[in-house]
Design a protein around this ligand. Structure first.
Ligand code: PEP
Ligand code: MG
Length: 557
């Protein structure tokens, strides 16, 4: 519960106005000074981001290029001097013309570029009207953020400790806002239609992100109820925290392996190495996001080496570039697809871009000398995929050998996220060294429900009996083949599902740092025999609803 802080880069559209005769130069000078302020502000954000994560700073170089764009900077002065447009109208209108062209294209990459132009126009107009930076780094008091959308420029230098909750109008589970919220452990309710027109700056609001409820100006009774809820939530969080640094052991003494899911490999993420057993999922595609050029072999090598050194002998599961579907990047050209989740994604995209694939493999293989590298292939659907990828890995190794470049021993494994590979897990296990269940995608493909589409949310059922049956088949096949199998999707960090997954035979889990404490606590609460009994009962149910009720019931016992 807290005061609303509205974070909105939206501006009022300036009215179409002309300057009084003789005032043109003053408007032009003001445009130049606003432009300089914008460049200074972008540079400041860039420096603060660079100190944490240099690869993420590249987007701000692109933003500066937009401010300096030659055509825009010919057009705006021309409109002011020759057609007597007021400066704010000239900024609005000239950017609008460029945006009109960009928006018309069906190419998602160009559409992404339009969002950057929109961002810069909002910034210039904000500065024109003398408004201070609305970057969230300015927040000093605890508050609930209400935003249309959270963009990387807004969250640069963000103080997660001051944010009580995040509310947004747009964005699903894998949006930037969701990633930020999850990594800081901030409760978030996303995709609230009409949010900004229903709240005012400073209003009190109560949020229950578990239920997805937001109450503005709550009555006394509700305040009391939410104070109680928040007390329970905070005590529970504190209690779970006591488990964070302990070993993950069931109450009958079986050790469970806890891997870490990482993406940008910054110090915040790697800080969790002291209480985890390795990296269970390194989403390397994040190195390719928010930039217009591909990361070089050297840049990737440096990052992979840093992670491998950080974990020493513990395994680091580095997932090969998983672009496509929900993850689009500007530095790789992707053709428009009607069904991108069923299209050119993950390993398929790597096969279509062998240079990009091989550059990543070279960087990873070279880095393998510095730790315990396990390479994982995303979006695998068949043994053909596995064999083809292994062949490319072999060719890359041969290339390095020829150049006398050294590399170490590695393991090769697969993500289990396409149902057809789960159904032949026994055959797949013969071809690879390990596997990890990507339950996020496995669920969307199994239930035929887009993980990004809030309209089909009820069809995306992680507790669908079919999910647990398929997980059982997969885990049993890998356990029989004596090959490591883990789970790195969200289901693997769900404390209600943990006992069932243990009961189905999983002994390795991987998750974001924010979930480690809660998961270790859930593990400590059951014996393997109890977990097996829960798994048996779960598999006997016929609907997701029945399973959910049963698992919630078990957790309160
Ligand atoms: C998954 O699909 O479960 C997974 C871990 O990968 P991502 O969420 O990155 O697609
Ligand atoms: Mg996936």
């Amino acid at each position: 519960m807290g005061h609303i802080y509205i974070y909105d880069e939206k501006f009022d559209i300036p009215s179409e106005s002309l300057v009084a005769a003789g005032e043109e130069q003053a408007h032009l000078d003001r445009y130049y000074s606003v432009k300089k302020e914008a460049l200074d502000e972008i540079e400041k954000i860039k420096l603060s981001v660079e100190s944490v994560d240099p690869s993420k700073a590249e987007i701000f170089t692109a933003h500066k290029e937009i401010v300096e764009d030659i055509i825009i900077n010919e057009e705006i002065p021309a409109r002011i001097l020759n057609e007597h447009w007021a400066g704010d109208w000239a900024i609005y209108q000239v950017y609008e013309t460029v945006l009109g062209v960009l928006r018309k294209t069906a190419d998602p990459l160009i559409a992404e570029r339009a969002a950057d132009f929109d961002d810069i126009r909002a910034m210039l107009l904000r500065l024109w009207y003398g408004q201070k930076s609305s970057s969230l780094s300015a927040i000093k008091e605890p508050c609930v953020i209400a935003a249309r959308e959270l963009k990387p420029s807004g969250t640069a230098g963000f103080n997660g400790g001051k944010i009580l909750a995040i509310l947004t109008e747009t964005g699903g589970v894998t949006s930037h806002a969701a990633i930020i919220a999850k990594s800081y452990g901030i409760p978030a309710v996303l995709g609230i239609e009409g949010l900004l027109s229903s709240v005012k700056q400073g209003q009190i609001c109560a949020v229950d992100a578990g239920e997805g409820t937001v109450i503005i100006d709550p009555e006394e009774g509700i305040v009391k109820e939410y104070q109680k809820k928040s007390g329970v939530f905070n005590r529970d969080r504190k209690d779970a925290e006591t488990f964070r640094k302990r070993e993950a052991v069931t109450s009958c003494g079986i050790r469970i392996d806890i891997g870490l899911n990482i993406s940008n490999a910054d110090d915040d993420e790697l800080g969790a190495q002291s209480y985890t057993d390795g990296v269970g999922l390194f989403r390397t595609e994040f190195l390719y996001m928010g930039r217009n050029t591909l990361p070089s072999e050297e840049e990737q090598f440096t990052t992979y080496r840093k992670v491998l050194e950080c974990f020493g002998k513990r395994p680091v599961i580095l997932r090969i570039l998983d672009i496509g579907g929900d993850k689009q990047v500007s530095c790789i050209e992707q053709k428009h697809e009607d069904n991108p989740f069923l299209g050119n994604r993950g390993l398929r995209l790597c096969f279509n871009n062998p240079d990009i694939f091989k550059t990543q493999l070279r960087a990873a293989l070279r880095a393998s000398l510095y730790g315990n590298l396990w390479l994982m292939l995303p979006m695998v659907g068949s043994l053909d995929d596995i064999r083809k990828a292994k062949e490319i890995i072999s060719e890359t190794k041969d290339g390095l050998k020829k150049e006398k470049v050294q590399f170490g021993e590695i393991k090769i494994g697969i993500m289990i996220e396409v149902p057809c590979i789960a159904l032949i897990a026994g055959s797949a296990a013969k071809e690879v060294d390990f596997a990890s269940i990507g339950s996020n995608d496995l669920c969307q493909y199994l239930c035929a429900a887009d993980r990004m589409n809030a309209a089909v949310e009820t069809y995306y059922q992680s507790y669908h009996p079919g999910m647990f049956r398929l997980i059982k088949e997969t885990v049993t096949a890998f356990n029989n083949a004596k090959k490591p199998i883990s789970i790195c999707g969200e289901l693997g960090s769900d404390p209600f599902a943990i006992p069932v997954l243990i009961g189905l035979g999983l002994r390795k889990f991987s998750m974001g740092a924010a979930s480690v404490a809660v998961v270790k606590r859930a593990i400590s609460a059951v014996t393997v025999a109890q977990a097996e009994e829960m798994a048996r009962k779960t598999l006997a149910f016929s609907t997701a609803g029945e399973i959910e009720r049963y698992l919630v019931e078990c957790s309160v016992k």
